[in-house]
Design a protein around this ligand. Structure first.
Ligand SMILES: [Fe+2]
Length: 252
């Protein structure tokens, strides 16, 4: 569950801003980027159509991650630095250097992705899979640190209105035609209570329709990209993702 951090600090409750949605979003990055090397390695060399399909998926998540970090820096990190500089002092160096590492690997991943999308060769696919694996290692470390050290401070010092702006800007990065898929992804692993709070903000007909539509969209999408409608969850991704798709490719 996402009510508190591992060391027992609350992420919602009286007097706090409910920041639990951050963990839901992070788990999507952990899962989808963590499973991407396997999808790439499972693409048969020269299969341009399949390469495009997987490349689009990887490109979407690289773009979403870049956007996530940008709005975090602009809307949350800057405000926290101003409000609780002393609490952040021991963390500033590590958080900023983690962001820098992730940003560098994101850039390398995008370059490797462009190359693979063009050539569809197994050599370029392997180069992309390797840089994505490095990105995931750095990212998982960073997300863990953010959840442990920053989320409790955000719950205390970021206002409800600021948080709403952050989540609204986060949602705006999901292409409109992928909205039900995006919601289905959140539903797949997200804390049902947290998802319920997000749903409560929507008009009644959307509130009723979105969960079944979202689940169906995600199942279909996951079958296409990962070869199963129930891909490995973020919490189980310690096992190398490449072990879970054969080199025969996954069905589309
Ligand atoms: Fe985050």
């Amino acid at each position: 569950m996402t009510s508190q951090t591992a060391d027992g600090r609350q992420l919602h409750g009286p007097g706090l801003t409910d920041v639990r949605m951050m963990k839901v979003v992070h788990d999507n990055f952990r899962r989808e980027l963590g499973l991407s090397p396997a999808a790439i390695r499972g693409t048969v060399a020269g299969d341009k159509r399949r390469t495009r399909q997987v490349a689009e998926h990887v490109g979407l998540f690289l773009a979403l991650l870049h956007h996530h970090h940008t709005i975090e820096d602009d809307l949350l990190w800057a405000a926290l630095l101003e409000r609780v500089p002393q609490e952040l002092a021991p963390l500033v160096h590590v958080m900023e250097s983690q962001h820098e590492t992730v940003a560098g690997l994101l850039e390398q991943s995008n370059a490797a992705l462009d190359t693979w999308r063009t050539t569809a060769s197994s050599r370029d696919g392997e180069a992309l899979a390797q840089v994505l694996t490095e990105l995931c290692t750095a990212l998982v470390e960073h997300l863990q640190a953010e959840e442990t050290h920053l989320l409790p401070l955000m719950a205390q010092h970021i206002t409800v209105a600021e948080w709403a702006e952050f989540t609204a800007q986060g949602m705006s990065s999901i292409p409109r035609r992928k909205m039900s898929l995006g919601f289905g992804m959140m539903l797949y692993e997200g804390d049902p209570e947290v998802i319920g709070l997000e749903l409560a903000n929507l008009p009644a007909p959307v509130r009723r329709l979105l969960p079944p539509l979202g689940r169906r969209s995600f199942r279909r999408y996951a079958r296409r990209i990962h070869g199963t409608g129930t891909p490995m969850r973020s919490t189980d991704l310690a096992v190398p993702a490449a072990n879970h798709v054969t080199d025969q490719g996954v069905s589309s």
